[in-house]
Ligand binder design. Structure first.
Ligand SMILES: Nc1nc2c(ncn2[C@@H]2O[C@H](COP(=O)(O)OP(=O)(O)OP(=O)(O)O)[C@@H](O)[C@H]2O)c(=O)[nH]1
Ligand SMILES: [Mg+2]
Length: 279
């Protein structure tokens, strides 16, 4: 089908609400890493899909927080604002635990960028008593004037067909801007970096994962993929935690990241990780 509609759709919502899970489901590929810990997505990630007569450019963003003292949040807020700027449609993700006062505040901020806002209530697979959904959405309608509300489970792929159809119909008329095979703006090196970060989030805890910078020093793809990366931390104590007893932690990070990289690149991957302490 020829493409006659085109637009930018931005996913926004508090950390851990399921933005990256939804992006991956809509694109049909694990583009953006998903983790049970908060603050998984650190930068703007773009995924593209064609649906019916539309080409949809979807932007995943770091978790949006009204109140935070996190030292690097300014940077992430900049990423969120950059993604929101120029959106044709904003998908604001919440769940039944999201405080309605916060929804109202965030909604007002989003409105400064666009009045085209769909509210997406995610994780409905967790709600046994479905009547709660109705009560929540009634309260919501009395507070904010959104275009549409959807009840979905991004994890279970529930309600996504309707969402996808509605997004595709909603976008303005326009020509496709990307080749039909184009799926993401992340380079091979950036995707590898994301997988290493996800493995770090799984293998290390509390503040440690957030105090590690990943530098891809060399990436080469012939028949197989070969990656050399440094894990850089400012803290001496973190360095020994990353390595772990008998180098078990760094090995676990390497194995997990390598397996996931191999899943999407479809070839064997040799991954060499080195831990460095920044001066
Ligand atoms: N039960 C349930 N869990 C979900 C659903 N969607 C996402 N999750 C889980 O929620 C956690 C966070 O998902 P992410 O997609 O990483 O959330 P995010 O909003 O991108 O998080 P940040 O990048 O930290 O802002 C993961 O453990 C997901 O498996 C859902 O529909 N139902
Ligand atoms: Mg995310």
């Amino acid at each position: 089908m020829a493409i006659s509609r085109f637009g930018y759709v931005t996913l926004v919502g508090e950390p851990n609400i399921g933005k990256s899970t939804l992006l991956n489901q809509l694109i049909g590929l694990p583009i953006s890493i998903v983790n049970k810990k908060s603050h998984t997505t650190r930068r703007q990630i773009l995924g593209v899909f064609n649906h019916n007569v539309s080409q949809v450019v979807m932007l995943d963003t770091p978790g949006y927080q009204e109140l935070t003292r996190a030292y690097d949040y300014k940077l992430m807020r900049r990423e969120i604002n950059a993604a929101l700027d120029g959106s044709d449609l904003i998908l604001y993700l919440i769940d039944l635990r999201t405080d309605l006062d916060i929804v109202e505040k965030v909604y007002r901020r989003l409105n400064e960028f666009s009045s085209n806002i769909f509210i997406i209530i995610n994780k409905i697979d967790r709600i046994r008593d479905k009547s709660k959904l109705l009560g929540y959405s009634e309260k919501l309608s009395s507070l904010v004037d959104f275009k549409k509300v959807f009840f979905i489970s991004a994890l279970k792929n529930d309600g996504l067909k309707d969402l996808k159809d509605t997004i595709a119909d909603f976008l303005p008329e326009g020509k496709a801007q990307f080749n039909k095979d184009y799926q993401t703006n992340l380079s091979l090196s950036e995707r590898a970096q994301e997988e290493i970060r996800n493995a770090i989030l799984n293998c290390l805890h509390e503040e440690v994962p957030y105090g590690i910078e990943i530098q891809i020093n060399n990436i080469k793809k012939d028949k197989d993929l070969v990656i050399h990366a440094d894990l850089v931390t400012k803290k001496k104590s973190y360095k020994s935690m990353i390595i772990g007893k008998d180098a078990r932690t760094i090995k676990a990070i390497g194995t997990q990241a390598r397996n996931n990289i191999e899943k999407w690149c479809g070839t064997k991957c040799s991954l060499f990780l080195k831990v460095n302490q920044a001066k």
